[in-house]
Design a protein around this ligand. Sequence first.
Ligand code: AMP
Length: 249
Amino acid sequence: MKILVPVKRVVDTNVKIRVKADGTGVDLANVKMSMNPFDEIAVEEALRLKEAGKATEVVVVSIGTDKSAETLRTGLAMGADRAILVKTDIANIEPLAVAKLLKAVIAAEEPGLVILGKQAIDDDSNQTGQMLAALLGWPQATFASKVVLGDGDVDVTREVDGGLETLRLKLPAIVTTDLRLNEPRYASLPNIMKAKKKPLDETSPETLGVDASPRLTVLKTVEPTGRTAGVKLGSVDELVAKLKQAGVL
Ligand code: AMP
């Protein structure tokens, strides 16, 4: 069984974000980019399923510019077998467009399982997996903290408020990853070298017959307001008085 893992190129988690002067978005000039962390977890899970003999092939797919090929190479260096780049110059490709493109890729690839990140840390949409499941009419389990692949189905444990929920989904299915599912491996140097020789196919929204043009306009992006400095108090009585004044006590 083939597992498809969509991976997005996003700003690296260690980068201090700067908003563009005109407020239209985040300044990406000379900024380190990496694979979306939830997608690293998705690749790791797919690789573990393959290593356990439950999957035969792991294919990573990314939708973005030429540079998304770097993200795909990271997936290949982690251990994925093949990569597909859906090349587009649209800078902020929206979740619905991504879901439609993935649906077209899935029609050709016919995976038994698709594992996505629960959200991309740049747009924080948390929409693509859900939209993809709806477009395909496939069962979905979001925010997975455990995945057990059976014969023709998959059991997914999800962290819900105050406990855990386990769902059984018939394959083919969509799963999205939560932070505690696993700890992704680092790609070793030999594997990074090997990844250069692994197949990376290219296609485009036009070839897939999908209109990926944006439907949303970002009106404003603002940085969070800085925290105001605290006050040092001289005594416990003063603290109690202040808390009373603030209506806390
Ligand atoms: P989002 O709905 O934008 O928060 O993204 C959720 C997940 O969808 C991500 O963790 C990826 O697995 C997948 N995804 C979103 N955008 C892309 C993209 N441009 N290319 C590949 N996968 C994507």
